[in-house]
Structure formats: C-alpha cells, structure tokens
Design a protein around this ligand. Structure first.
Ligand code: UDP
Length: 474
C-alpha cells in the first residue's frame, strides 16, 4: 500500500529578502497563477522512497512552498517487494546507459512490476479525483500512469535520470516503460538530451533545485560546522559545548547528539587537514571507489600534500528503494583495505544515520561547509543535487563532465569538470589545483554561489512548475 508523507506548508515570504522587488512580485504572480489553475484540485506527487537520494530530498521542500502558495499538494510513496526494487534499480541503471547487474527485463519482470503497481494504483484511486494533477517520479512509478489517467487525472511523468548518448540499455528501459508512459500527458526531464523519441512531442525540461532555507543549506558559521563534526567524531576536534548548533525547519534550535555510525576505518582526520568530501548514496554510478583511487593517486604523487578524504553516505539500510547500497559500501571497504597504511589513515568512510533527517542534513551541511573541496565523481548523473548544495556554500568543486553536472558546473568559471569520468590522473590533477591554489578556489566558490542563486533555487523551479500547469490546462 502506498503511504502519505505529510508536509507542512511554508510561506514564500522567506524569499523576499533574497529577491529584488521585481523578482518578488514575479514570484507572487506565479503563486497566484498556480492557485487559479489548481482551484479545488490537488497536485499529487508519487515516488518510491521517503528518504535518501535527490528526489526524496527535493520533494518535501517544493511541496512545502507549493502548499505555502495555497496549492493543495500531497506526496504519496509507493511500496514494493524486494524483487520490484531490483527491477526498478535495473531500470534506473539502464536509463543511465549502464547495465547494472545485467539482469533481464523480460516478461517475468514486467509481470512483477505491473503487479506491484496495480496494488498501489488501487489505493491511489481512492484518493485521486478527476482533474487532479499527478506527478509520477522516475521509473518506479511510470506504470501507474494508465490507471490514473483513465480515472481522469492529468498525469505527468518526471524523470530525474538520463543519458546523453543513448545506447541499447537505454532503449531496453524505454521499451519496458513505454506501455505506462503512453498515458502520460507530459514528461519532465532535467536536460533536453534525455528526452527519448517516444516522448519528444510532449516533454519539457525542468532542472531540479535546492532549498536555500533547508537545514541542509542554511547558513552555518565555521565554528558551528566544526562543532558538529567534532561532536559526531567525523573530524578529530574536541567536542564543543552542547549549545544549539542547527535550526530545525520549525525554527527550534537543536544540536547533533547522536554519535555517527562511522564505518570507522583509520583515525578521524586531524583538525587542520583540508578535507576532500563526496556525499552520495552508496551506488556504483557515484563511483566512490574511483574517488578513493583518485585521491590515493594524488597523495602518492604528492607526498608533501596534507589532505584527507571523507566519503559519506546514508546508512545502508535507510534508502528503501536502493537494494545495492550494502554491497557497494562493502566493495569500497575492500578497496580501502588494499591501500597502504599511510593512505588508509587519510581516507575515511562514514555512513550517516537517517533516523532524524534534519540531524542528517545538519551533518551534511557541516561537512560540505568544512570541506576544502567537494567532489562528485559520478560516472552518470541525471542532476547532482550534492554539487549544487556545495556550490551554494561557495565551495570549490570537482565534478565529472557527465549528464546534468555539465549544466550545473561551468568549467573554470564556477568549478572544475573532469572530461573523462574514468580518468584518475585528470581527477587527481583537478583536486591538486584546488588544494594548492587558494585564490582560484575562492574565485570559483564565489561564482558558484551566484550561479546557484540565479538558476537552481526553488524560485526558478516554482516558475517552471507553474508554466507546466499552464501547459496542462492549455
Ligand atoms: N544525502 C544526504 N545524506 C547522505 C547522502 C546524501 O542527505 O548521507 C543527500 C544529498 O545531500 C543530496 C541527495 O541526498 O541532497 C542526493 O541527491 P543527488 O541528486 O546528488 O543524487 P541521487 O541520490 O538523487 O542520485
């Protein structure tokens, strides 16, 4: 059965101090348009996990603002069997042009996928009324489209992944998803190059966004970031006094209390050592092993260089729709064990508890702010929220030139892109530059913040979503 995640509305007024008079008026006009389009109707969002990953990160934030703008918006999470999530993870890899575990996508998989979604659709039909808008997110929910559309809902499928150079894996995924997608009125992609021929006549491009007021991105003084990292043991700092160290969404101050479930390998980084950080789900496409090997190469080639690497991700049990996480983390640990001792002391793996999502967000915020360099060395990436989060914090970033990362980071302007995601020497060289050239690092960081302010906040995203509602009504 699908379950609902309740999200409190949040007034758009918080944006006013961040915007010019004209921008603020435009935002209010968009809100009024959205209310008009949706009067008496509901916008439903349906995905497959309440926690972990970019979609679960973004949905509650956008929902809060939509509700704050007076649009009835709700979020349902479908549930599935382990077999269902193996199939959808396989589809996720395939849409990225990757073989994943290479398992088939044949009639047996189709039957399993359809059966799980049929059960979920039955429950959704009780709630969704004719004229409502249903935004189905990613392959996990695409198969719901025909049932919901035949009940009179206006169905939009939003795909958060994609591949710039479609291959036969991508084709296979589209063939699997096509029977569901024919029922979608519109599809939303993060980049134009992700739009398949099948949906070419009814696709729009809307890149994701970050919420600059979320706990993950809220302003945080360097001492506070250090105090959080000291508390959790992520960095070898004396734990500071238990003063409030972050502000919850409801405005209540809180401090990070729980010890972090660090996969403790080696000691914590020394306080003064510059940190290279990647925050990601434990997914082979995020290439945590590549980050580790690239960093090792850097230290081997530059014996005098002082730096530590932290690879952080959610605790492996916490991401409901990602069955691969545990094996991926185990593989990273195995590679770590192969490294010589001096490298093992400089590479740290942390799986962060997700029990309290706001505490997790505060830890990620602190890590990104404390980092000397934030990396996203993905082999494929639809759109990497993590890199935009770091850029908002004016961090210098190194990202692979794949997928959405190529839009998010402009090479040499607001970060560094590594052309070949598999090229470790190029990755190591980019890291070295940012660690050794503080003027360059600071310049890229300043530009990065401005680029995010202009293109990747909820203000731009809401505007695009209102245009989508308009197109549905046209
Ligand atoms: N994230 C987190 N805790 C973690 C790892 C990741 O909060 O331990 C968040 C991260 O900050 C980002 C999101 O999960 O907001 C990941 O989104 P992204 O688009 O980078 O990748 P996805 O997981 O969607 O492939």
């Amino acid at each position: 059965k699908p379950f609902e995640v309740h999200v409190q509305g949040r007034s758009l007024a918080c944006f006013q101090p961040e915007l010019t008079e004209a921008e603020w008026e435009a935002l209010q006009a968009h809100a009024a348009q959205a209310r008009e389009h949706m009067a008496g109707r509901t916008v439903w969002n349906v995905n497959s996990t309440a926690r972990g990953g970019g979609v679960a990160e973004m949905l509650p934030r956008m929902l809060a603002y939509a509700r704050g703008a007076g649009v009835d918006t709700r979020w349902m999470v479908v549930q599935g069997t382990p077999a269902f999530f193996r199939i959808t993870k396989r589809l996720h890899h395939a849409l990225h042009g990757s073989r994943g575990d290479g398992s088939p996508l044949g009639p047996a998989e189709r039957a399993c996928y359809d059966e799980v979604l049929r059960d979920n659709a039955e429950e959704l039909l009780v709630l969704v009324r004719p004229g409502d808008v249903v935004l189905l997110h990613d392959p996990q929910t695409a198969g719901l489209a025909p049932t919901l559309a035949s009940a009179g809902a206006r169905v939009v499928w939003r795909c958060h992944i994609g591949c710039d150079t479609p291959d036969e894996e991508v084709e296979r995924a589209w063939a699997f998803l096509a029977p569901g997608l024919v029922a979608a009125r519109l599809a939303v992609f993060s980049r134009a190059s992700y739009v398949p021929p099948l949906l070419a006549d009814r696709s729009v491009v809307i890149p994701p966004s970050i919420d600059i007021f979320a706990v993950k991105n809220q302003p945080m003084a360097p001492e506070v970031a250090s105090a959080i990292l000291g508390h959790t043991g992520l960095v070898a700092l004396a734990p500071e006094s238990p003063a409030p160290v972050f502000t919850r969404t409801d405005g209540v101050p809180a401090h990070v209390s729980r010890g972090v479930d660090i996969v403790r390998l080696g000691s914590a980084p020394a306080p003064g050592s510059p940190l290279v950080v990647q925050v990601s789900r434990w997914d082979p496409l995020k290439d945590p092993v590549g980050v580790l090997r690239g960093f090792s190469l850097l230290l081997r080639d530059s014996p005098g260089l002082c730096a530590d690497l932290i690879l952080a991700g959610p605790s492996v049990a916490s991401v409901a729709d990602d069955p691969e996480a545990a094996a991926t983390l185990e593989n990273v640990i195995a590679v770590w064990r192969e490294q010589p001792r001096f490298l093992r002391q400089r590479v740290h793996l942390a799986s962060l508890p997700m029990v309290d999502p706001e505490e997790n967000a505060a830890i990620v915020n602190a890590l990104q702010r404390h980092a000397a360099v934030v990396v996203q060395k993905s082999l494929r990436e639809g759109f990497g929220l993590t890199i935009t989060e770091a850029m908002w914090k004016a961090r210098p970033v190194v990202a692979s030139a794949v997928g959405g990362l190529q839009d998010q980071v402009r090479h040499e302007v607001d970060g560094l892109l590594v052309r070949d995601p598999a090229a470790l020497p190029e990755f190591a060289a980019a890291l070295r530059r940012l660690l050794e050239e503080p003027v360059l690092a600071a310049r890229l960081g300043t530009e990065a913040h401005e680029h995010v302010r202009l293109h990747y906040t909820a203000v731009r995203h809401l505007k695009d979503l209102v245009a989508l509602l308009e197109q549905l009504d046209a």
